[in-house]
Design a binder for this molecule. Structure first.
Ligand code: C2E
Ligand code: MG
Ligand code: MG
Length: 699
């Protein structure tokens, strides 16, 4: 019952019904108006006709009875009056003499013969000697004076029923009403049909608007009526097309990374959410890889923003290719493909929806690392990058995107700490070490504030005679509970939390001041200070060194700055520009840990360095590893031809010392001569006869 009522009420409220009813009403209204006009005209016409006929009839009667009236011939008059009884168009007749005395009469409500007619109409007709007519509703009364030989002899009064002289307007009206009703019966359905047909496109438009509101925008409405509805439909189509384009744009902005055209963080997050849920339900495993480019920031700084973006784009392409290659060679038929996304900066991610076994993620990571290590060609330059990967497996390492990303990120950081270009898997202990790192950072800030850092000095000695030739300043952290910490425990953390600049400045100032103080006592021991990449590349580095020299009064030629090979080779043009003002006044520069990086020979010969410090790993291995020995020999030969000094690091045995001396190294540094020590000890060391000690050790 209710559905029927509902349907009826919908039909009643529909536009078709409204239009049909409206047109029906208008039809009825128009017909009624026309009929009203017709009715009134007809009535007026009827009255006119009735009056004329009644007047004519009365005139005729007056003329016929004038003689009898003149003679007051009552019998003749009565006969004439009675003749009217047979006529249906006369209701009453009366004949009066000039004194208005009734002579003969017939009909309803008339006076008897002999009585005096008091009727105003008769009075007026006799008085004015003229016809008098009166129309009283359904009857007409006419009073006509009668003349005999031009003499007024009396008057006759005739009453005529209107209905008898003219067809009543009412019956016409009835007929017309019937016709109009018939017309309405025929035309209303036709009208409904026509309206329905004309409004058909509105149904289409309504349906299209409904679909559009449920986000289906790639639709077109076909309306070919040639009227406003077609215009409206076309306007709808244009609106849908524009909305569709805008929606796509919004979607792109929300879910696509503009630089690489890869899915962005938000899209990746959503995918991980879905895929990890499915994995948990069906009991299989998947993985996400967190990827971070090694050295991207520096490359980006030297390339400029536009080129940096192109490099990221190229990296994105390689990652996608690597993932696709992997999917093709390893994915099962119809399996969901891996998804590569960019989180921002130089961070990328890969989602592997389904793993066959635990090594899958490691193998894809390897493919990616190999792909990124191949040089990139950016505006004619070859650019070398590395990439570190961290893997988190779901559902084991987390069920939601945030946890998985955080864990994969921790694993990536571990891979990066171990030198980059590698993949690490997340382990629960990493959460712990991340926490430890956090504590370390806050403690380190405190250490800088509370003056817990100290500088130790390790002597460098000459290969011939073994006299002290300088010292390297090495920072230590006098931790309140953990004791003396070496830089390996905190330098990287300092770099990551941005404290390295402050620490580096402090070490430089302290080393210069103490060295100057030592020199003031007649002990001239040049000092070498380590400079981290971040510190070296910061704006105003050269100026800060100049300031320190001026402030401490240390002669510039007493200061050597050590840059690691990777710092020195990263952006040769910039390095040259940065060290030029310092070298001009006599500061010397050493490449630290030489042999571990990937220096380009052509750059090396152009770089304004004074010293190569051979990395201790080669010194350690040279006696047992043929390869290490060749590296040392090559470095020394190269230094000789470039006329550079060399320092062999990590010399622990006399055997190493002798071998290095024979190969032509200039200076040696290592436990064999002295461990890093406080300034007081260095002072003592400098005063003692180092030469004697060395020759004894060499035995
Ligand atoms: P480095 O510049 O290569 O310093 C030499 C490192 O080798 C020092 O470690 C030193 O104690 C160690 N060493 C010296 N002789 C021997 C030896 O005979 N055998 C062995 N096994 N090791 C030896 P340390 O002091 O732990 O410093 C480690 C690294 O930390 C340094 O390597 C340097 O790169 C960095 N570092 C130290 N101080 C600073 C600093 O003030 N600023 C910056 N940026 N880095 C610093
Ligand atoms: Mg050093
Ligand atoms: Mg070194």
């Amino acid at each position: 019952m209710a559905p029927l009522r509902h349907a009826i009420s919908r039909v009643m409220r529909s536009l078709v019904m409204k239009f049909t009813l409206l047109s029906g009403l208008m039809l009825i209204g128009a017909t009624a108006l026309l009929m009203g006009i017709e009715f009134n005209l007809k009535r007026a016409e009827n009255t006119e006709t009735g009056l004329t006929r009644a007047e004519l009839m009365t005139e005729l009667f007056a003329a016929n009875t004038a003689g009898s009236l003149a003679q007051s011939d009552v019998r003749a008059l009565t006969r004439a009056v009675n003749d009217f009884q047979a006529r249906p168009d006369v209701a009453s007749v009366t004949a009066v003499d000039v004194n208005r005395r009734v002579l003969a009469s017939w009909g309803e409500g008339v006076l008897n013969p002999g009585e005096r007619e008091t009727d105003q109409l008769v009075h007026a007709a006799l008085g004015a000697v003229d016809t008098r007519i009166e129309s009283l509703g359904p009857t007409i009364r006419v009073a006509e004076p009668a003349f005999d030989d031009g003499r007024l002899v009396g008057a006759v009064v005739v009453t005529v029923p209107m209905a008898a002289v003219a067809e009543p307007a009412m019956s016409i009206l009835r007929r017309q009403l019937l016709t109009a009703f018939g017309a309405l019966l025929i035309f209303l359905p036709i009208m409904a049909f026509a309206v329905r047909k004309a409004l058909g496109p509105i149904g289409k438009l309504t349906e299209a608007a409904r679909l559009a509101s449920s986000r289906k925008l790639d639709l077109r409405i076909e309306v070919n009526t040639g009227d406003e509805l077609e215009m409206l439909a076309n306007a709808f189509n244009r609106m849908f097309a524009r909305l569709d384009a805008s929606m796509k744009r919004v979607h792109r902005l929300a879910y696509v990374d503009m630089v690489t055209e890869l899915p962005n963080r938000e899209r990746f997050r959503k995918e991980v959410e879905r895929v990890s849920r499915e994995a948990a339900e069906s009991g299989h495993e998947g993985a996400i890889l967190f990827l971070d480019l090694d050295r991207f920031k520096r490359v980006n700084d030297s390339l400029g923003i536009g080129e940096g973006d192109r490099l990221l784009e190229a990296v994105g392409r390689r990652l996608r290719e690597a993932a696709r290659g992997w999917d093709l060679s390893n994915g099962a038929e119809g399996a969901e493909p891996s998804m590569v996304a960019r989180l921002g900066g130089d961070e990328f991610t890969v989602l592997m929806p389904k793993l066959r076994d635990g090594t899958d993620a490691a193998r894809l990571a390897r493919r990616i690392i190999d792909a990124v290590r191949r040089p990139f060609e950016i505006s004619g330059h070859q650019v070398f990058l590395g990439i570190s990967a961290g893997a988190a497996v779901f559902p084991r390492d987390g069920a939601d995107p945030e946890t998985l990303l955080r864990h994969a990120d921790l694993a990536m950081a571990a891979a990066k700490r171990n030198g980059g270009n590698a993949c690490e898997f997340f382990e629960t202990s990493m959460n712990q070490s991340a926490f430890e790192r956090l504590v370390l950072e806050s403690e380190l800030r405190e250490a800088v504030r509370e003056d817990q850092l100290v500088v130790y000095y390790q002597p460098k000695v000459g290969m011939h005679g073994g006299a002290i030739a300088g010292a390297e300043a090495l920072v230590r952290w006098n931790h309140p509970t953990a004791g003396l910490l070496s830089p390996g425990a905190f330098i990287q953390a300092a770099e990551e939390c941005g404290l390295i600049g402050e620490i580096g400045d402090w070490v430089l100032r302290r080393a210069c001041r103490e060295t100057a103080a030592l020199a003031a006592q007649g002990l001239s021991v040049p000092v070498a200070v380590n400079v981290s990449a971040m510190q070296f590349e910061s704006e105003g580095f050269a100026q800060s060194v100049l300031d320190v020299l001026e402030e401490t009064g240390l002669p510039p030629e007493m200061l050597e700055l050590e840059l690691t090979e990777s710092t020195a080779m990263r952006d040769p043009e910039r390095v040259i520009a940065q060290i030029a003002p310092l070298r001009d006044i006599g500061v010397t520069f050493a490449i630290d840990d030489f042999g571990t990086g990937h220096s380009s020979l052509s750059y090396l010969t152009r770089m304004p360095f004074d010293v190569f410090k051979i990395d201790q790993s080669f010194v350690r291995d040279m006696s047992k590893d043929h390869h290490a020995r060749i590296v040392v020999e090559t470095i020394l030969a190269m230094a000789r031809s470039l006329k550079l000094k060399t320092v062999a690091e990590g010399v622990e045995t006399a055997e190493q010392y002798v071998a290095l001396r024979d190969l032509g190294a200039t200076l040696a540094q290592g436990y064999l001569f002295g461990r890093p020590m406080p300034m007081d000890d260095l002072e003592e060391f400098a005063r003692a006869d180092a030469g004697a000690k060395v020759s004894a050790a060499a035995g």
